[in-house]
Design a protein around this ligand. Structure first.
Ligand SMILES: *Cc1c(COP(=O)(O)O)cnc(C)c1O
Length: 394
């Protein structure tokens, strides 16, 4: 593996990748093979016993996947990466590895909808208990930790409320209790936030979003502070089977090369858009970590290298106005997901967070008129003109 520079712009392009040894191909080859031939019976036995760390079978490991794992681990400043088929495969691998019957998890309330549903509706069937709190409020986290709590799960900025949790402060609480801190870093990408440096044990991504960045792949990644945590999760992933496909891993390797460029371009437009939306007469409020009006503006400045490309806003006129805007945008695509090179707009109450039910949504601060906007890399004036003509239709 090639170790790139500490500079993230450079690391995005080079980390974990070197010209291939066979023909010198500059791009990492796609090893689209489910299985790997052994030279003889002894080598096959040595690979299974662990004496030889060569490849055996793609569910267990693959060279293209390994290059991607090295790349993202380096970007996050972690010891090791573990790629998964989707972001949810990464999240379910964490829960299945570190939680069991009679054990308990504390999670951000306004977490990615399916993450909450997984804990509430599925893991509860196996005797795993979970408590959802506003992790931006440190006392409610402290109060939620019990003797059987095994992990704290944080998503910051939260989706779609953009509430910020103080990762370093939560890491202190986790350390005192002797439990793991897991952070979903999807909204920031490693370009804007480094949870491991702030004290988290595991950082995870839906690489479907910013890291791949082209709305053409679903994939996930786990990065751990130490290699032991990766080893344990790898054992579970191998049995559960949420492995990434090598071609999919290669597409993400290609996408990540422009991660830093894309995040910076989209963020610059998001900052301008948030400022102008705040002054728009049809807007009730705007949530964006780069605005002084954001309740945790100072914490965002301290913890994040930039405010990111995600904006949430509430329209005057609630659900009806929201529907009008969604049906009127042209350049921005009405679609769930985020972090693509194209601007995406969606309505969480009826789409991504519909599965939570109205009570959980209200508790998590997801109002009916809330619109989530993932700012893309189109020209700023084009993005603005499209949104403004849609707002005019209300
Ligand atoms: C999309 C998303 C996920 C789930 O990822 P998939 O790749 O869709 O499985 C998890 N967390 C956050 C914050 C997300 O945005």
């Amino acid at each position: 593996m090639k170790h790139a520079s500490a500079n993230l712009d450079t690391a995005c392009i080079h980390a974990g990748q070197a010209p291939d040894k066979l023909f010198g191909g500059v791009s990492v080859p796609i090893f689209q093979s489910s299985t790997f031939a052994f030279e003889d019976a002894d080598q096959g036995a040595a690979r299974f016993s662990g004496k030889d760390n060569g490849y055996k079978y793609t569910r267990i490991g693959n060279p293209t996947t390994a290059a991607l794992e090295c790349c993202i681990a380096e970007l996050e400043g972690g010891a090791a990466g573990l790629a998964t088929a989707t972001g949810m495969a990464a999240i379910s691998t964490v829960f299945m590895t570190f939680l069991g019957a009679g054990q308990h998890a504390v999670s951000t309330g306004s977490v990615y909808g399916p993450t909450r549903t997984l804990l509430e509706n599925e893991l509860s069937r196996f005797g795993v208990e979970s408590t959802f709190v506003d992790t931006a409020d440190l006392d409610s986290v402290k109060n939620a930790v019990k003797s059987n709590t095994k992990l704290i799960y944080v998503e910051t900025p939260a989706n779609p409320t953009l509430a910020i949790t103080d990762i370093a402060a939560i890491a202190e609480i986790a350390k005192k209790a002797g439990i793991l801190l897991v952070v979903d870093n999807t909204f920031c990408s490693p370009i804007l936030q480094k949870p491991l440096a702030l004290g988290a044990d595991i950082v995870l991504h839906s690489m479907t979003k910013f890291i791949n960045g082209h709305s053409d792949v679903v994939a996930g990644m786990l990065v751990t502070k130490d290699a032991g945590l990766r080893k344990r999760m790898h054992q579970v992933l191998c049995q559960v089977g949420g492995t990434i496909d090598p071609h999919q891993a290669w597409l993400v390797l290609r996408g990540v090369k422009t991660l830093s460029l894309r995040v910076k371009a989209a963020q610059a437009s998001a900052m301008r858009l948030a400022e102008e939306l705040e002054k728009h007469p049809k807007i009730e409020w705007v949530k964006y970590p780069g605005l002084k009006s954001h309740p945790q503006y100072e914490l965002a400045k301290k913890q994040m290298a930039g405010p990111g490309a995600m904006i949430s806003f509430e329209l005057k006129g609630g659900v009806k106005a929201g529907k009008t805007v969604m049906d009127s945008v042209g350049l921005s695509t009405l679609a769930v997901s985020l972090g693509g090179i194209e601007s995406l707009i969606q309505h969480p109450a009826s789409m991504t967070h519909a599965s939570m039910g109205p009570e959980s949504r209200a508790q998590a601060g997801i109002s009916d008129g809330l619109v989530r906007f993932s700012v893309g890399c189109e020209d700023y004036e084009d993005i603005k003109a499209d949104l403004w003509q849609a707002l005019d239709k209300i």
